[in-house]
Design a protein around this ligand. Structure first.
Ligand code: GLU
Length: 446
């Protein structure tokens, strides 16, 4: 059976780093197995779902390169849910309840006060048909719970957490349908996982107890459950996700100059025993993806690490991958000259402005001005077609006896207006003879 995974966001907001990580892992798993990765929009909550979020989710996945092999929407599948639900009604696996939120809260408090686990007491199971009829006559509609089979121990072999075991008697029968007829997430998800042939459900460990009840829903609907794996949640370097990037959406990452490849390289490995390697592309990451390498401890997401990975990714990006984001006059040589100094692609424009000028000149003392006057004399003589920087500095070294910083820094300052920057050997040919001479003359006070 070929692998089918799904990413199932509820479109009640934009994707954050944790969702994206889950999406990526499902995509990698499907890709590794030559299977399919589905995007399932879990929009059963019509009041809170927004079309603009659906559009943004698709756009974010596209930006990241996590293109789904198919897309489904729960709001288009209510007829199927109704049919499957009626099967469960007929089989006595769902039952009608009327407790209000306040009543349930009170029951919980009483149990907790007695030191007991706050499990729903199934009081509604005792209602007779006459009771239900009386409720209906009073205009009261029921919500529905799935009746767990207390005789069937719940077990599964979790792809990350190992063997899992739950006593169903220690779980509340989950509410699957509200009094207004709308669906909670649990049952539609199982119905869809069956109908879509999902083989692997890979999601956050906040879903472990959902999985326990869903395992019985698969059985109640006559289906084998998929393989389950629950990954430890993502936390920030200081225990919670940072305000700056951790809690923000993909638009903020994009605006901060983060490349999708950097997010992919980092998120593919975060929480695993495999090192983050900015050189690895999606295919490598898919080939090496292994659930067994995931740890149980929370995975730490650190803005600073993302920025390091981002810089390393940018330092490898070919011109063609970024040309449309560079100043139009910047050619491949220009990109290669500045690339090692960039933290974001947008910074290339700053360096291109240095190439094209004008540059702000620092004040030079008399001795430095005299040195730069010698540099002007050297610059008019050297061959600009070959390697002007080494020709210039070689000539000046011989002529002045200067070396190291005393040789290089005044030249860099005069030519770029800055103390640091890309390799001058790469930059100087881009600045070119005319601009270089003008800058050296100005700095020398000539
Ligand atoms: N819509 C659910 C959520 O966003 C899906 C969880 C799942 O992957 O089953 O939490």
């Amino acid at each position: 059976m070929s692998t089918v995974t799904r990413f199932a966001p509820s479109p009640t907001g934009t994707l954050h780093i944790g969702n994206v990580r889950t999406a990526l892992h499902n995509w990698l798993l499907a890709r590794q197995q030559g299977g399919r990765f589905l995007l399932r929009i879990d929009d059963t909550d019509l009041a809170r779902s927004r079309e603009e979020h659906v559009v943004a989710i698709r756009a974010d996945l596209a930006w990241l390169g996590l293109v789904p092999d198919g897309e489904e929407r729960q709001s288009a599948r209510f007829d199927l849910y109704e049919r499957e639900f009626q099967r469960l009604v007929a089989a006595g696996r769902v039952y009608r309840c009327y407790e209000t939120a306040q009543e349930l809260e009170l029951k919980r408090k009483v149990l907790l006060g007695r030191g007991l686990p706050p499990i729903y007491d199934r009081a509604a199971l005792a209602l007779s048909e006459a009771d239900h009829a009386a409720r209906a006559a009073a205009g009261e509609a029921p919500h529905w719970r799935f009746k767990l089979d207390h005789a069937a121990l719940i077990t599964w072999l979790d792809g990350i957490r190992g063997p899992q075991q739950f006593d169903p008697a220690m779980l509340s029968d989950p509410v699957v349908r509200r009094a207004d007829g709308s669906w909670l997430y649990l049952l539609p998800s199982v119905i869809d996982d069956i109908a879509m042939g999902i083989t692997d459900v890979l999601r956050g460990e906040d879903h472990v107890s959902n999985t326990a009840t869903q395992v019985q829903m698969f059985a109640a609907l006559g289906a084998e459950p998929p393989r389950f794996a629950h990954e430890a949640l993502l936390v920030g370097a200081e225990g919670k996700l940072s305000k700056r990037l951790g809690s923000s959406g993909m638009a903020d990452f994009r605006a901060a100059g983060i490349e999708p490849q950097a997010l992919i390289a980092l998120l593919a490995r975060l929480g695993t025993s495999d090192p983050v390697d900015p050189a690895l592309g999606a295919d490598d990451l898919a080939a090496q993806f292994n659930l067994a390498h995931f740890g149980r401890a929370p995975a730490r997401f650190d803005d600073a690490e993302l920025e390091r990975v981002n810089a390393a990714v940018i330092h490898q990006l070919p011109y063609a991958a970024v040309a449309d984001r560079l100043p139009s006059a910047m050619d491949p040589a220009g990109w290669e000259a500045v690339r090692p100094n960039l933290r974001t692609v947008a910074e290339a424009a700053d360096w291109w402005a240095v190439v094209e000028g004008p540059v702000a000149m620092p004040e030079m003392d008399a001795e430095t001005r005299a040195y730069l006057a010698e540099a002007v004399a050297a610059a008019v003589q050297i061959d600009w077609a070959a390697d002007p920087w080494h020709a210039l500095t070689g000539t000046l070294k011989d002529a002045t006896g200067r070396k190291g910083k005393a040789l290089f820094l005044p030249l860099r300052q005069a030519l770029t207006g800055r103390d640091h920057g890309p390799d001058m050997a790469a930059l100087l040919p881009l600045i070119g003879r005319d601009r270089a001479l003008a800058r050296l003359r100005a700095a020398a006070g000539l």
